[in-house]
Every structure is written in structure tokens, then in C-alpha cells.
Design a protein around this ligand. Structure first.
Ligand SMILES: *[C@@H]1O[C@H](CO)[C@@H](O)[C@H](O)[C@H]1NC(C)=O
Ligand SMILES: *[C@@H]1O[C@H](CO)[C@@H](O)[C@H](O)[C@H]1NC(C)=O
Ligand SMILES: *[C@@H]1O[C@H](CO)[C@@H](O)[C@H](O)[C@H]1NC(C)=O
Ligand SMILES: *[C@@H]1O[C@H](CO)[C@@H](O)[C@H](O)[C@H]1NC(C)=O
Length: 251
């Protein structure tokens, strides 16, 4: 089985079951013939993916036997709007083009219209840098480092799924964009306290459990309507819905 790609004007690649299209029960592998053939991929995404320069949507979801790194040739996919590789055994670092995109739009290497980035549930390693997307999903990888730059009141991100990695940063001074409603940080090495301004966002999803946080959970309907499971297993986080703070644990 190969991934030889012979359809240069292809706009969409969907492999595996996908949010966008549950109809697509079978994966599509691009072959050298003029029409796509249906079969499971059994190897790494080929560098020739970079030749599909018309591509707007790229999605591989729930294909466990997909291995190897994300090809750096994706730098050529400047029309991308939606990029997803999730629930695979893809490993190695997040390609530099994805790491450096969009902090400075004018110097952006990658697609200017890329707004959805899903890289959750893989075996990715290393650090990440410089992002601003509608959705950022890096959950369940082995990524590390300080990613506090992803936050900020000027950011437009709606959803950040960063759970189950090795991210390590101080939460105390973070600010949050108004549109951020979904934030999952569980199972990392995040320290400091939860900043009071956090209670302003109408969280639809909030999970900071299994980190190294300390101090009092800010007061407010947006914070207290969650259960202990969204806050538990931290160093010394306290206050509703967790047990009351002892004076020594308040920062
Ligand atoms: C890869 O996994 C799919 C199902 O997840 C399976 O149908 C296919 O045979 C597998 N390929 C190999 C080479 O194991
Ligand atoms: C993919 O990763 C899972 C979990 O790490 C592992 O159990 C499985 O053997 C891997 N599959 C392949 C085809 O490499
Ligand atoms: C990005 O989107 C804008 C507005 O929809 C469009 O005019 C522009 O051509 C797009 N750019 C690319 C590279 O697709
Ligand atoms: C938050 O994360 C913890 C730890 O993984 C989990 O037990 C809990 O169910 C999560 N809460 C929600 C709402 O997903």
C-alpha cells in the first residue's frame, strides 16, 4: 500500500472516522491513478502530501497504525483552513511551520486562513511555539515546555485542549481572551494559582485537575458550577467546590 499522490487539485483529504463527515467510514488513500482508491494507510504520511497545494481540509482521525512524523512538506499547503491528525501513532515534533505560524501573520509560513488545528491523541514530542487559532487541540501527546504565550486577552481562541502532556508554566498571571470558553489543562505540570479574572469567562469546559496548582479557586458562578473532578489532584488548590482553604495554603 502506498500513498503516492496523483490528484494535484484535491481539496479535501479525510482519513478515518471524522467529525466533519461520519459518512466517511473508510479511509481514503491517494494513489497514483487518477481516481482515489479506498484502503487503509499502513505507513507514514508521505512527503508528497506537500504537492496537494489546493488542499483546504486535511483530516486523519482514529487511524492507530499510522506512524512516523508529520512531513515538513506541509509548508507548501498554503490554502489549508482545517488541519487534523488525531488519534494516530504519529510521533516526533510538531513541524516548524505549524510551530511558528501566525504570531506574526505577515511572516507566516503556513496557510493564512488556517483556523482549526487538531493534533490531539498522538505521540508528538518536543515544544510548541507561536500559535493563535480558533481551536487548538494538542491533548494526549508528550509535549512539554512553557505555553503561556498561547493565552492572552488579545487572543481569539475559542477552545484549547492541552490536557495530558508535560506542559509546565505559572498560571497566576495569565489573561484570557473573551471568546475562550473551553479550556482543558488536566494532567500537566502547571503551577501557581488560578487568577481571579478567570471567573469572567463563561466556561463551558474547564479542567485544571492533576497539576501542581495552589491557592484559592476564584469565586464566581463560572468557577463554582464545576465539580471537584475539574480541580482535584493539585498541590494545594482549595475553596469551593474543593474543601475550604487552610490559611497556610492561600498564596
Ligand atoms: C490499519 O488499521 C485498520 C483499522 O484501524 C485496519 O483495517 C488495517 O488493516 C490496518 N493496517 C495494517 C497494515 O495493519
Ligand atoms: C499505537 O499506539 C498504541 C498506544 O501507544 C499501541 O498500543 C499500539 O501498538 C500502536 N499501534 C501501532 C500499529 O503501532
Ligand atoms: C483567505 O480567506 C480570504 C477571505 O475568505 C480569501 O479572500 C483569501 O483568498 C484566502 N486566502 C487563501 C490563501 O486561501
Ligand atoms: C477532568 O479531568 C479529570 C482527570 O482526567 C477527569 O477525571 C474528569 O472527568 C475531567 N472532567 C471533565 C468534565 O471532563
Amino acid at each position: 500500500m502506498t500513498w503516492v499522490i496523483g490528484i494535484p487539485k484535491l481539496i479535501v483529504v479525510l482519513i478515518g472516522t471524522d467529525l466533519l463527515s461520519n459518512v466517511m467510514k473508510k479511509p481514503i488513500v491517494l494513489t497514483s491513478s487518477t481516481s482515489p482508491k479506498w484502503m487503509w494507510p499502513d505507513t507514514s504520511p508521505p512527503p508528497s502530501i506537500g504537492d496537494l497545494t489546493y488542499l483546504k481540509t486535511f483530516s486523519i482521525h482514529n487511524v492507530r497504525n499510522l506512524t512516523g512524523p508529520i512531513p515538513s512538506t506541509i509548508v507548501k499547503l498554503t490554502n489549508l483552513e482545517f488541519f487534523r491528525i488525531s488519534q494516530t501513532n504519529i510521533s516526533g515534533p510538531v513541524p516548524e511551520v505549524l510551530r511558528t505560524n501566525l504570531l506574526d501573520q505577515s511572516r507566516s509560513h503556513l496557510a493564512p486562513n488556517l483556523t482549526y488545528l487538531y493534533l490531539g491523541h498522538n505521540q508528538l514530542t518536543g515544544i510548541v511555539a507561536g500559535w493563535s487559532f480558533e481551536t487548538i487541540d494538542l491533548s494526549r501527546n508528550m509535549l512539554e515546555g512553557d505555553i503561556s504565550f498561547l493565552f492572552g486577552k488579545d487572543k481569539n481562541t475559542f477552545e484549547m485542549l492541552l490536557d495530558r502532556n508535560k506542559f509546565e508554566f505559572d498560571m497566576s498571571k495569565l489573561t484570557f481572551g473573551k471568546r475562550l470558553w473551553r479550556l482543558d489543562l488536566n494532567h500537566n505540570k502547571i503551577y501557581g494559582s488560578l487568577p481571579n479574572i478567570m471567573s469572567k469567562n463563561p466556561w463551558q469546559l474547564l479542567n485544571v485537575s492533576y497539576n501542581r496548582l495552589c491557592g484559592k479557586i476564584p469565586k464566581g458562578e463560572n468557577m463554582q458550577r464545576f465539580e471537584i473532578y475539574e480541580y482535584f489532584h493539585n498541590k494545594c488548590l482549595c475553596g469551593a467546590p474543593l474543601p475550604p482553604c487552610k490559611s497556610s495554603s492561600i498564596i
